[in-house]
Design a protein around this ligand. Structure first.
Ligand SMILES: Nc1ncnc2c1ncn2[C@@H]1O[C@H](COP(=O)(O)OP(=O)(O)OP(=O)(O)O)[C@@H](O)[C@H]1O
Length: 256
């Protein structure tokens, strides 16, 4: 397997437990800066659990415990010196169900840059809001209704708003946990186009149930099964020429 030219994140020997139950067993992976990495595998194999370790979202689950090391640009993200609020700005997250704040479209985007002190004044904040919405492919649809509630948008628009919100704080990595699972095919296609446009600008990691989606949007794929990462490599190779029998069985639809 070709090694990534520029690993943005690196995990070594990562295991995750919920109480006594092991959900992820000894996963080591380099997340390249320049690509989209897809995590695939049958339901319950631990994809979301592992994704959440990458910005310490598991910290919010009282029974969850993470072992091993996870680095962002060489910095240990589980170190006591790491500011978790900063970390989650650097490693943003988009969830399965769009979750805009019950605030205006403008405020949904402006909130993060404001609390992180990224804008000097209203003018600069306006620019960040416009740029983020442009990047998320939503500006033309919302530019005349920025004061309306984010929750009044369609599901697909809400999800693009959530992506714009992540972009607004200038992240290095964007984690997406099944971002299209609540969307219809047209909204899904728009999100996939957006992921293609964002490729290379941010390291993107996407958990998806859809192998077609993984094949369409990613350049690297990791296949998970029963808490282990069975295989990781260029997406084209995982789908056409997997090394492991278990990967072959999954991609040919024998289980999952
Ligand atoms: N908050 C939690 N508390 C206890 N166990 C959990 C918790 N979240 C997940 N698990 C367990 O950890 C294992 C992995 O779950 P996880 O949701 O990470 O898998 P997944 O591959 O993302 O599944 P799916 O594709 O169905 O979302 C499962 O056995 C699940 O029941």
């Amino acid at each position: 397997m070709e090694t990534p030219t520029n690993p943005k994140m690196r995990t070594q020997g990562v295991s995750v437990f919920y109480g006594d139950k092991m959900a992820i067993d000894d996963v080591s992976i380099d997340i390249p800066a320049e690509f989209v990495t897809a995590f695939i595998g049958p339901s319950g194999c631990g994809k979301s659990t592992f994704l959440r370790t990458l910005n310490r979202m598991n910290d919010t689950i009282p029974t969850a415990r993470v072992e091993g090391t996870i680095e962002l640009e060489g910095e240990d993200i589980y170190s006591s010196k790491m500011d978790v609020v900063q970390l989650r700005a650097r490693v943003g997250m988009v969830f399965q169900k769009p979750n805009p704040f019950p605030k205006s479209i403008y405020d949904n985007i402006a909130y993060g840059p404001s609390i992180h002190g990224l804008a000097e004044g209203k003018g600069e904040l306006d620019e960040i809001v416009e740029r983020s919405l442009q990047r998320a492919g939503l500006w033309n649809e919302v530019k005349d209704r920025l004061t309306e509630s984010g929750t009044a948008l369609s599901g697909g628009q809400q999800q693009r708003l959530c992506i714009a919100r992540a972009i607004a704080v200038d992240p290095e990595v964007i984690l997406m946990d099944e971002p299209c699972s609540a969307l219809d095919p047209i909204a899904t296609a728009k999100i996939e186009e957006l992921i293609a446009e964002l490729t290379g600008k941010y390291a993107i990691v996407i958990v998806t149930h859809s192998m077609q989606q993984a094949a369409r949007v990613s350049q690297r794929t990791a296949f998970f099964h029963l808490g282990t990462m069975v295989e990781y490599g260029p997406t084209s190779e995982i789908f056409t020429n997997p090394l492991e029998e278990r990967t072959k069985d999954y991609i040919t639809g024998r289980y999952g």
